[in-house]
Design a protein around this ligand. Structure first.
Ligand code: SF4
Length: 408
């Protein structure tokens, strides 16, 4: 039987406002990507005698033969329709398992998406994945979406990611590093691009201390960064740094080409094709350099007034990526994770610019949020695309900090 826990969880305000819109959803999570089953749920479906569900479970519920973990023990095979829908959905796009066995019978994936829960010591932190359209609207369109609140929530223990101390670094220091990064990303007197560059500086210095195993110097680095932020000294290395739209366009266009080649839900594909049309793509291929840069400049000019209606949009996007991904402690080095964040920011902006370029009229706030939802659903979830993007950067020598800055 699944072990459920109830605890007070720290979350951005938009998370406390979220509820799934079910059959109204324009890009349902019950289609187009793997539906992992934890062991308890897999065994429950295998032993179900429900007359409607049993034949469906027999046909579509499969064991991951190579998996050794209880969290991804098996999966539900996707349907063969255009959307690759979950075969357990009824004609009304509602879940037959939920209808016939109740919410408790859902797998951790189905019952908890789009939620992500990390446990840092005694503290549970919840965020949502903006690949969910409703979550994206709530996170990106409300100015107070990232004010933090604490609420009691009940969740399956198996679904919680327990954060372990990194070698030589205790949890308290790891949490201080994350809080400082959120503070930098929310600094009102600095442009978002420069906030990201300051985060890049911080990650590079953090990386250096970790590689030299100078863990005792981490508290000093935190103090220095806070001081530099307060005094403005953190901006000194960035003086005279200007973004290079032509570089942004040419380095991020291959990300879109790869996204257009991959399987995408009809909703994601519709938006990506608008973006491609706006940037002058033909049959999924980017136009020559100068033509691409011209289209990008047109899009930037049309996007600016639209963004003025929601000036916090990209800040909220980046904040959510940082919170959801346990940045900079999720696996790889802080500097490599920073490169990943720059890729996601560059891809998100490319989609916004391309979509703005594809139309005479101004993008509405809802269309801006939809475009960033597509950036999450169409790119962030596809490991191959993420790997490909890093490869593009590394092979083109764009993964060093100074060059990454020009992509921001
Ligand atoms: S994507 Fe979000 S709103 Fe849509 S069905 Fe899934 S949880 Fe609900």
């Amino acid at each position: 039987m699944k072990k459920m826990i109830t605890d007070t969880m720290l979350m951005p305000t938009y998370v406390s406002r979220f509820s799934c819109i079910g059959g109204e959803c324009e890009d349902t999570c019950c289609a187009g990507w793997g539906i992992t089953l934890d062991k308890d749920t897999f065994l429950r479906y295998q032993s179900s005698f429900d007359s409607v569900l049993r034949p469906l479970f027999t046909q579509h519920v499969k064991r991951y033969s190579k998996s050794k973990s209880n969290e991804d023990y098996g999966h539900i095979e996707l349907g063969k329709d255009d959307c690759k829908s979950c075969p357990l959905l009824d004609e009304g796009k509602l879940c037959r398992i939920h209808e016939r066995l109740g919410e408790k019978a859902l797998s951790d994936t189905c019952s908890h998406y789009p939620r992500t829960v990390h446990r840092f010591g005694d503290l549970h932190q919840m965020t949502l994945d903006l690949s969910c359209p409703e979550a994206a609207r709530l996170a990106l369109l409300a100015e107070d979406a990232f004010d933090f609140v604490a609420e009691d929530r009940t969740i399956s223990q198996g679904f919680i990611t327990v954060v372990r101390p990194k070698e030589g670094i205790d949890l308290a220091t790891m949490e201080e590093v994350r809080s400082l990064i959120v503070q930098i990303l929310r600094s009102p007197d600095i442009t978002l691009s420069n906030r990201l560059r300051v985060v890049g500086q911080f990650c590079e210095r953090l990386d250096g201390l970790i590689r030299q195993r100078r863990f005792e110097d981490l508290p000093g680095l935190l103090g220095d960064m806070e001081q530099d932020l307060d005094s403005g000294a953190a901006m000194a290395p960035l003086a005279g740094f200007t973004a290079l739209p032509e570089v942004q366009a040419q380095v991020s266009a291959p990300f879109l080409m790869a996204g257009l080649k991959a399987f995408q839900s009809p909703h994601v594909r519709r938006v990506l094709e608008e973006v491609a049309q706006g940037l002058g793509f033909r049959e999924g291929l980017a136009p020559e350099g100068p033509a691409l840069v011209r289209a990008y400049e047109v899009g930037r000019a049309r996007l600016a007034p639209a963004l003025a209606a929601v000036p916090w949009l990209l800040e909220h996007f980046v904040l959510n990526e940082v919170l959801r991904d346990l940045f900079p402690w999720a696996g790889e080095s802080p500097k490599r994770q920073f490169a990943g964040l720059v890729i996601r920011h560059a891809t998100a902006r490319l989609l916004l610019v391309g979509r703005a370029a594809s139309r005479e009229g101004m993008l509405t706030p809802l269309q801006l949020a939809e475009t960033l939802q597509v950036a999450c659903r169409g790119f962030a979830h596809d490991r191959n695309l993420v790997r490909h993007s890093h490869q593009v950067l590394e092979e083109s020598g764009w993964d060093n900090l100074e060059r990454l800055y020009t992509l921001i």
